[in-house]
Write a protein that binds this ligand. Structure first.
Ligand code: ADP
Length: 494
């Protein structure tokens, strides 16, 4: 029972498969072509055969006429069927009938008609229809030969009037066995069986071809079934340059992109939890330590300062994470407007002035010409603020941060330079990666005081995202012990 059901399912799937449908279309088209072709061949051949048969009968009649005018007939009165040469007007199985004007048989040579009455009537009828003379008429008749053997078969007949002067004295009927129907039946059989054979070959051949052509699709489907979220490194690796190989290639590329996205996501979650765990651990340790005994008010104050600083760091980290998550999800909607990049820069500098003062850093604003760009004010201020904040934080105290805007061709540029310790060249390519920090160890210890540079390594990735979503570019130049310059270029508004 299960076997029958699974066979039934297989049959259902087979009938719905593209392989089967392709094959059936192929066979259907071939069947139409074969039918048209066979019909054409059959009709042309039938016309030719009929024409040839009629010509042969007319020739025979011509020869007979000539014979009746010849001295052989006049002298010997030898029956036309008995003339002993190859040009004899009548051949074996032919028959010749002479009738009176009323259609009654007067004389018969050769094979004898079994029941000549209806045939003669029909022949006289055809004779009266155009084109009158020498119309070839086909009829199945029964004849008796000289040895009294009876045979039934198709005969061709020609009827002609016999005149003496202008007076009709009778009709002459010639009959000759016809192969026409046999030949046409044989032709029809060959065409029908030949076509059916070809269709059968086309069906199985087509199925085989379609199966071959569809095999790569099955491979792709099977790979897609096997691939799960945890096993994204599988690929189809199909060879060849056809459409399916192209599809498989596209599929592989998509898998690579998905894998990269999943990896990024996984790393992001791991990094984020790691980043959150550190301040939480510090806070827990500090609180446990201070609660474990009697402490002075100075110690309580110090502990609270540490908890406060870690809390701030966590708040900032969570904010950055939310910003990035929203950016990744495409939920960040930028409110584009025409604005002046120098204006934005001044606003960002004002925001950072308290931090600069705290770090005893001097901010020096150079040329700030009017630069119209198309952008989101809040995000652009955040971008410039992050760069200035980094320059203050990582450039170290008692230095000068230079800020300058300008234009090159159709681009607005912004440069933020510091005279700090700089960044070693090996770190530069990774600077905009998430959670990337140049000096992991240094930024970790917040017990060195709340004012010490701390960060999670997300600031520059947010900066890069903002610049890119404004159609701009960001570059960094840095020399160790000399300083670092970040340069942002944005397209000028038209
Ligand atoms: P964070 O959010 O922690 O500040 P960023 O993504 O802004 O992280 O910066 C990544 C790293 O790049 C920082 O850890 C820092 O070491 C380095 N960096 C950024 N700006 C400067 C700069 N002006 N001078 C020196 N190092 C810098």
């Amino acid at each position: 029972m299960r076997l029958i059901r699974s066979f039934w399912n297989w049959l259902g799937a087979f009938f719905h498969s593209i392989r089967f449908r392709l094959t059936m279309w192929f066979v259907l088209i071939l069947a139409i072509v074969l039918t048209v072709f066979s019909a054409f061949i059959y009709l042309a051949q039938a016309r030719d055969l009929r024409y040839d048969a009629a010509r042969a009968m007319q020739d025979k009649f011509g020869r007979l006429q000539a014979y009746f005018h010849s001295p052989e007939w006049q002298n010997s009165n030898l029956a036309p069927s008995d003339v002993p040469n190859t040009e004899a007007p009548l051949q074996q199985n032919d028959l010749l009938i002479l009738t009176d004007p009323g259609g009654h048989v007067v004389q018969n040579w050769g094979n004898e008609l079994q029941n000549p009455g209806p045939l003669i009537a029909a022949l006289l009828e055809t004779r009266n229809q155009p084109p009158h003379e020498l119309t070839v008429y086909q009829q199945s008749v029964t004849v008796t030969d000289d040895d009294h053997n009876r045979t039934t078969g198709d005969y061709l007949f020609i009827i002609s009037s016999v005149l003496r002067g202008d007076t009709l004295i009778g009709y002459l009927i010639i009959g000759s066995p016809s192969q026409l129907n046999d030949q046409l039946a044989r032709l029809m059989a060959s065409l029908v069986f030949g076509s059916l054979g070809m269709l059968a070959i086309a069906f199985f051949g087509g199925l085989w071809l379609a199966d071959r052509a569809m095999r790569p699709v099955q491979t792709i489907a099977r790979t897609a079934q096997i691939i799960s979220e945890s096993d994204l490194n599988r690929r189809i690796h199909m060879k060849g340059r056809d459409e399916l190989a192209e599809l498989a290639g596209t599929f592989d590329d998509m898998l690579s992109r998905l894998q990269a996205a999943f990896d990024r996501q996984r790393r992001f979650v791991a990094d984020a939890s790691h980043e959150l765990r550190t301040p939480l651990t510090i806070m827990n340790l500090e609180v446990s330590r201070i609660l474990s005994g009697h402490r002075s008010s100075g110690e309580y104050q110090h502990a609270l300062q540490i908890v406060n600083a870690e809390g701030k760091r966590m708040t900032r980290l969570v904010n950055d994470l939310m910003t990035l998550a929203r950016m990744d999800a495409g939920q960040t909607i930028l409110q584009f407007e025409n604005l002046d990049l120098s204006d934005v820069t001044v606003e960002a500098v004002e925001r950072m002035s308290a931090l600069a003062e705290e770090q005893k850093v001097q901010i020096e604003m150079r040329d700030l010409p009017e630069l119209h760009v198309h952008g989101d004010r809040q995000y652009l201020i955040q971008m410039v603020s992050n760069l200035i904040e980094n320059a203050i934080k990582y450039g170290g105290p008692n230095q000068t941060v230079q800020i300058q805007t300008g234009r090159t061709q159709d681009k607005a540029t912004l440069r933020v330079s510091d005279t700090g310790p700089g960044i070693p060249p090996e770190h530069l390519p990774h600077l905009f990666d998430r959670f990337y920090r140049v000096d992991q160890a240094r930024t970790r210890h917040s017990d060195e005081g709340p004012s010490f540079p701390d960060g999670s390594g997300l600031g520059l990735s947010i900066v890069a995202w903002i610049v890119q979503s404004h159609g701009g570019e960001i570059h960094v130049e840095s020399k160790v012990n000399e300083g670092t310059t970040f340069e942002v270029t944005l397209p000028l508004a038209k």
